[in-house]
Ligand binder design. Structure first.
Ligand SMILES: [Zn+2]
Ligand SMILES: [Zn+2]
Length: 307
């Protein structure tokens, strides 16, 4: 069962050669969640072997162009491929108007339905939930409403040790064991002890996406212990004033958030085009949090169940 993040783009707001603006795709088992859709995302999807047909949920952190200007092209491509399935779009309010305006002037309608879910940037809310995963948004501190997203696998069932089970065991007893409960008879005597017939559940994996934001330690309680955390690092600490003015973070601050939230791995990106040596930002983030990597385009990060 996969839990893989692939970076499609991680550049800053200014265009730069060979660097695409923010876009990522998270594969959880057979589902693909697209996170931010900077310009050129659909080309990047093709380049790294992802089919847009498999994407049913798109999350937009905020309405600065470097995080969503690739969306319209992608929506039209889905239409040209005669998509039928509903597409769920999570974004601060306003993106629905932008899409409708473009469709109006193109005198077009799409072959599929867009289910628009406005995200309240000032709140922490659950956006999507099923039996396997829960996705929630949390407030970031940026010039315009901006949300981060936490993708968390749900606690899984205890794993039955099949070779130990008697062949005549009842299904309802197996169901109890899967919940980690002992099976008892009417007198309360233990028939099957959970610890004997099961192994603990697999580790529930999580990924935190912290898009454009000033240093904001309030997020630490929400992203705590995430297996993987992306945090923007637009500036170096020597330019902290610029970071503060523009509601962005320095690499050092990104590292500090990772340390305070006790995440397992940190990825940094959205590095300003002014820095020609991203390794310098990596070194700076690592001075706070050792397990930091650059979120380089085309790189995939696997989170294993035993993390
Ligand atoms: Zn940005
Ligand atoms: Zn921004």
């Amino acid at each position: 069962m996969e839990f893989i993040l692939t970076i499609l783009g991680s550049g800053g707001a200014q265009p730069a050669q060979e660097k695409h603006p923010s876009a990522q795709i998270l594969q959880v088992n057979n589902r693909f969640f697209l996170i931010d859709v900077g310009e050129g995302t659909q080309i990047q999807l093709l380049r790294y072997g992802f089919s847009h047909q498999k994407i049913d949920h798109i999350f937009i952190s905020h309405l600065h162009g470097d995080h969503y200007l690739g969306l319209m092209g992608l929506l039209f491509s889905m239409h040209l491929s005669r998509r039928q399935a509903d597409l769920h779009l999570y974004s601060p309010p306003g993106l629905d108007e932008i899409i409708l305006l473009q469709l109006k002037h193109a005198r077009s309608s799409l072959s599929y339905r867009i289910c628009f879910h406005p995200v309240k940037a000032e709140e922490n809310e659950v956006l999507f939930e099923d039996e396997e995963i829960r996705i929630e948004s949390f407030p970031l501190d940026h010039r315009i409403p901006c949300s981060g997203f936490l993708f968390a696998e749900k606690n899984r069932q205890y794993r039955i040790i099949k070779e130990k089970l008697p062949t005549n065991i009842l299904l309802q007893h197996i169901a109890l064991l899967k919940q980690g409960k002992n099976v008892v008879d009417e007198q309360g005597r233990i028939l099957f002890e959970a610890s004997e017939y099961t192994r603990p559940p697999h580790h529930a994996r999580s990924y935190a996406y912290c898009s454009d934001t000033a240093y904001n330690p309030k997020i630490c309680s929400i992203i705590r212990h995430a297996d993987l955390c992306y945090h923007e690092a637009t500036f170096m600490e020597s330019d902290i004033q610029k970071a503060t003015e523009t509601y962005h973070s320095t690499a050092k601050q990104a590292g500090r958030i990772a340390k305070e939230a006790a995440v397992k791995r940190l990825l940094i990106g959205h590095i300003s085009a002014r820095y020609k040596k991203p390794d310098e930002l990596l070194i700076e983030a690592k001075s706070e949090f050792e397990f930091t990597e650059l979120a380089l385009e085309g790189n995939s990060f696997h989170v294993s169940r035993s993390s």
